[in-house]
Design a protein around this ligand. Structure first.
Ligand SMILES: [Fe+2]
Ligand SMILES: [Fe+2]
Length: 373
């Protein structure tokens, strides 16, 4: 009689095959292994869902300065070295699969920072290699976990300058390095590793808060000086460019100064990583959308949650993928952004420009049915 193999046994056999393939992670080896895993799933009669969300089409067809388009995002993968943690590797691979399955493909993919957990060269190289499997072009942003071991040296060698701007289909995009801190390490005689470990904590008391900083604010002023106010702006920053709960590093110290630089533009959207949760805010002319993490969800801060935020449902503590995900953003003709949260294992949620612009009277996303945290 044939030996019975439970679903778990088969799952672990497939998983082991996948990870044997990942030991020598290169593009060809990975494709071979993942195709084999997909074939095994089909042969076993499992229903195979290549992806679980579709970018929402843009409602605003009234015309405007922008040719409507979509970009996808993946953020906060927090990769350790492969031999220490394979779960975060798998979760980043899952996000890459999600985005590659989008049809039509997004114009580009924003990576929102914290590619690595402790800024180590091996972690950043592993992330860089996995992101090479994305079909669409990738725009990179840096996070504090990528930065504080060598103050950006390895990240720059892999991805180029951390602060830059570009124009796409009528939108001016700006990418900032918003995780600068005042030097707390030299006087304390800390090693680079100690500095990195300190910044990696959510609420370590020796740090100053994150800031964009004076030199970069000057750069931003110069960069925007040549952009007409009628041009929609989209700013990518790792930390939210507002002040959200000072005891944790969710707070951006010079947020008011940065917002003042953006004030001249009636249509500004900030897309940020770092907070690992559905997070929505509006300050005057600026709409803010936080991105999901592929690694873990942070709890909401005990105070200071922006009024427009509709919290995501409490993640299942027994499901390490829950509360994580990736997403996309549809840019309408007027230049405002509808964001889709592709929460793994749950229905996708759209947070639209109509909702943010109305101050929560229109098009509100669904409220959570469980308390978040
Ligand atoms: Fe993060
Ligand atoms: Fe971060």
């Amino acid at each position: 009689m044939a030996r019975h193999r439970s679903i778990e046994t088969r799952h672990y056999a497939e998983r082991d095959a996948l990870f044997r393939g990942l030991q020598g992670l290169d593009r060809r080896a990975f494709l071979k292994v993942s195709l084999a895993a997909a074939g095994a799933a089909l042969a076993s009669g499992a229903r195979f869902h290549p992806h679980s969300f579709v970018p929402v089409s843009v409602a605003d067809a009234a015309g405007g300065p922008v040719e409507p388009f979509t970009f996808a995002y993946i953020s906060d993968s927090h990769l350790y070295k492969r031999e220490l943690n394979d779960r975060f590797v798998r979760q980043l691979l899952r996000a890459v699969d999600d985005v590659n399955a989008l049809d039509p493909q997004p114009d580009f993919v924003l990576f929102g920072g914290d590619l690595a957990q402790l800024g180590q060269p091996e972690e950043l190289e592993l992330g860089s290699q996995i992101l090479k499997d994305l079909k669409a072009p990738v725009r990179m942003m840096v996070g504090e976990h990528d930065w504080y071991l060598d103050l950006g040296e390895k990240w720059r060698a892999l991805f180029g300058q951390e602060t830059y701007s570009f124009d796409h289909k009528g939108v001016h995009f700006v990418v900032l390095q918003s995780v600068n801190e005042k030097d707390f390490w030299t006087a304390r005689g800390m090693t680079p590793k100690e500095r990195m470990q300190t910044v990696a904590g959510l609420d370590n008391g020796v740090q100053s808060r994150f800031e964009v900083g004076e030199p970069q604010r000057e750069w931003l002023k110069q960069d925007l000086a040549k952009v007409p106010a009628t041009t929609p702006l989209i700013v990518f920053s790792h930390s939210p460019l507002y002040k959200y709960y000072k005891p944790w590093n969710f707070w951006t110290e010079d947020a008011d100064e940065v917002q003042a630089i953006l004030k001249r533009f009636p249509r500004v959207t900030v897309i940020h990583g770092h907070t690992h949760q559905m997070l929505t805010n509006r300050v005057g002319n600026i709409h803010f959308h936080g991105m999901l993490s592929t690694a873990w969800p942070w709890p909401y801060a005990p105070e200071g949650l922006p009024k427009l935020t509709i919290q995501m449902n409490r993640p299942d503590p027994f499901n390490p993928n829950d509360g994580c995900g990736d997403g996309s953003a549809s840019v309408a003709a007027a230049g405002l952004v509808d964001t889709v949260y592709n929460l793994w294992n749950r229905n996708p949620i759209q947070v639209s420009a109509a909702y943010v612009g109305s101050g929560d009277t229109n098009a509100a996303p669904p409220r959570p049915t469980l308390t978040s945290f």
